[in-house]
Design a protein around this ligand. Structure first.
Ligand code: E4P
Length: 284
C-alpha cells in the first residue's frame, strides 16, 4: 500500500504544509499529518524575518537543508525568483543541484507565466522552463495557476504538480463586489450572485470551482500531473477541495489546526471528562 493510497488502491488527498517556518513544518511532520511542503518567496521571507527578529542569524542554505531533512523525503517545493526561461532554468537547476542531494525531495516551483512586467519575460517563458526542467528529470510544481487552460499547458509541458490558487480567485471575485472582506473567510464554492448575476472570472465562479475544473481536465486526459490546491485559507475550503478530488491540498499550519476545532467537540470533552468514574481511569 502506497502512503497516498488506501487498501483498495484509491488515491487519498495528500496534505502539504504551506509554510517555510521550520517550527511549523516540524510540528506538522511530528503529528503525522504532513505529506510534503510548499514554500514561496513570501513565505520564506516571513520565516527568515521572524527568526532574525528573535535575534537569530539565519544561514539560508542551512535553513533550507533543515526544512528538507524534516520533510524526510516528501516533496518540498522551492520557487525560482527569476522571470525568463533561461534564468529560471538556470536557477532551478542550481537549487536542485544544491538541495536535492539532502533528501532527494526537491521540486522546483515555476510560475506558469512570469510575464508580469513588459519586456522582462514572455508569456511562454514559464512553459518553456517547465518543459526544459522536466525534460532533464527535475520535477516541477507550476504555480500561480488561475485558469484550467494554464493548467492544461503546464500538464502538457510535463509538470508534476499544478497549483491552482483558490483563495486568490475568491479574493478577486469578492474584490469585484467592492466590499471589504476577510481573506480567510469562506467564499461559497458555487459562487455568489450580484443583481441576479453570478460573479465569475472567465467561467470560474470560485477558487474551488477552479480546482474542480483542473481536476476534471487532468482526469479526462489521464495526465500524470497532480492538482495541488493552493492558497486555501479555511477548513471548509479544504473540505470542498477534497470533495472535488484535489490530489493534494497545501495548507497554512493554522488551517490544519482549525480543521480540528469544533465547539461541540470541546463541549463533549468537558462533559466526558466531568463524568469519569474514578475507578475507570485507573482500571488495570
Ligand atoms: C503555495 O504553493 C502558494 O504559494 C500559496 O498557497 C499561496 O497562498 P496565499 O494566496 O494565501 O498567499
Amino acid at each position: 500500500m502506497k502512503d497516498d493510497q488506501n487498501e483498495k488502491g484509491d488515491s487519498i488527498m495528500k496534505i502539504f504544509i504551506d509554510s517555510a517556518d521550520l517550527d511549523e513544518i516540524r510540528q506538522g511532520f511530528a503529528w503525522g499529518v504532513a505529506d510534503g511542503v510548499t514554500t514561496n518567496p513570501s513565505l520564506l521571507k516571513k520565516a527568515v524575518e521572524r527568526r532574525a527578529k528573535a535575534g537569530e542569524k539565519v544561514d539560508l542554505r542551512k535553513y533550507i537543508t533543515q526544512v528538507l531533512e524534516v520533510a524526510g523525503g516528501t516533496p518540498v517545493s522551492l520557487e525560482v525568483t527569476e522571470v525568463t526561461a533561461e534564468k529560471m532554468v538556470e536557477q532551478g537547476k542550481r537549487l536542485y543541484a544544491l538541495f536535492n542531494p539532502v533528501a532527494g525531495n526537491v521540486v522546483i516551483k515555476i510560475p506558469v507565466n512570469p510575464a508580469f512586467k513588459d519586456g522582462d519575460a514572455t508569456h511562454f517563458d514559464g512553459i518553456k522552463a517547465i518543459r526544459e526542467l522536466t525534460g532533464g528529470g527535475i520535477p516541477v510544481n507550476t504555480t500561480l495557476i488561475f485558469t484550467p487552460e494554464q493548467a492544461l499547458l503546464a500538464a502538457k509541458a510535463g509538470a508534476r504538480f499544478l497549483s491552482p490558487f483558490a483563495g486568490r480567485i475568491d479574493d478577486d471575485l469578492r474584490g469585484k463586489r467592492g466590499v471589504k472582506f476577510d481573506k480567510s473567510a469562506y467564499y461559497p464554492a458555487a459562487g455568489t450572485a450580484v443583481n441576479g448575476q453570478t460573479l465569475e472570472d472567465n467561467g470560474i465562479v470560485s477558487g474551488v470551482d477552479l480546482v474542480e475544473q483542473c481536476v476534471e481536465m487532468v482526469s479526462i486526459y489521464g495526465f500524470e500531473a497532480e492538482v495541488l490546491a493552493a492558497s486555501l485559507r479555511n477548513p471548509r475550503q479544504v473540505r470542498e477541495a477534497a470533495l472535488v478530488g484535489a490530489h493534494v491540498a497545501t495548507l497554512p499550519f493554522s488551517v490544519i489546526q482549525d480543521m480540528l476545532k469544533h465547539h461541540k467537540t470541546y463541549e463533549g470533552m468537558a462533559l466526558f471528562t466531568a463524568d469519569i468514574v474514578p475507578e475507570y481511569a485507573t482500571l488495570k
